[in-house]
Design a protein around this ligand. Structure first.
Ligand code: SAH
Length: 218
């Protein structure tokens, strides 16, 4: 059928774009291929689901650009035995991609509406190793810590101290740092067995801000 053929070509181009931009980890490319991004975007954006761009979702937030999702996942060095904490569930797309590689994903979102929608969506898709919580990501999930990997998908000025505490020794954290409307860049932190943080600066990015507290509005 013509429509199916067009969808196949679109998915092939999606993979090709990721590879061309430098994503080479097989598990990451497979996870990006497996997760149907059309289920995570607004109905009005279905046609752009596989374009390499961020798109608006409810509550004035965004679903990240596929390249950035793949890049952050690759930099996080996720493996099947790893437990991952995500701050900023949004649509649940990044959590879904992580869930295809990691053992378990806990994801926190400050808007209850987004958390509820993402939870239903992931359940429908059968991604049952993801737990989504409505709450304040600055506090992390102390009852589920320590985490081998932590990913933050909203930009803060500084690394939230609770997240550093909840990172296991030898663990890695990838997060965007920088002011709201100016340059932000991705940073990768590795906690040494002795508890020191080793910092590596990665690419320039643009994320919505990490805001304090759980959202009062729905
Ligand atoms: N990972 C998402 C992209 C989310 S955009 C995806 O794949 O679709 C960033 C999200 O972080 C927004 O939904 C925003 O509401 C949320 N956020 C901002 N500050 C937060 C905080 N303190 N705690 C939890 N979530 C937060």
């Amino acid at each position: 059928m013509a429509a199916e053929a067009a969808a196949d070509i679109e998915r092939m181009e999606f993979q090709l774009t990721l590879r061309r931009r430098g994503i080479s980890d097989k598990a990451v490319l497979r996870a990006m291929d497996e997760v149907p991004r059309e289920h995570f975007v607004a109905a009005s954006d279905l046609e752009s689901a596989y374009a390499d761009q961020a798109l608006p979702i409810a509550c004035g937030q965004t679903i990240s650009q596929p390249y950035v999702v793949a890049y952050m996942t690759e930099q996080l060095e996720v493996a099947p035995q790893r437990r991952v904490l995500e701050i900023g569930t949004g649509s649940g797309y990044q959590a879904a991609v992580l869930s295809r590689i990691a053992r378990e994903v806990v994801s926190i979102e400050r808007y209850r509406t987004l958390a509820d929608t993402a939870r239903d969506r992931l359940k429908t898709l059968g991604y049952d190793n993801v737990t989504i919580r409505a709450g304040d990501g600055f506090a992390g999930a102390p009852d589920r810590a320590p985490f081998d990997r932590i990913i933050v998908t909203a930009a803060a000025d500084k690394v939230p101290p609770a997240l550093v505490e909840q990172l296991a020794a030898g663990g890695k954290m990838v997060l965007p740092l920088g002011p709201r409307k100016a340059a932000q860049h991705l940073v990768k932190l590795t906690k040494t067995p002795g508890g020191q943080l080793v910092r590596e600066n990665l690419i320039a990015v643009r994320f919505v801000p990490l805001l304090p507290g759980q959202a009062r509005e729905l």
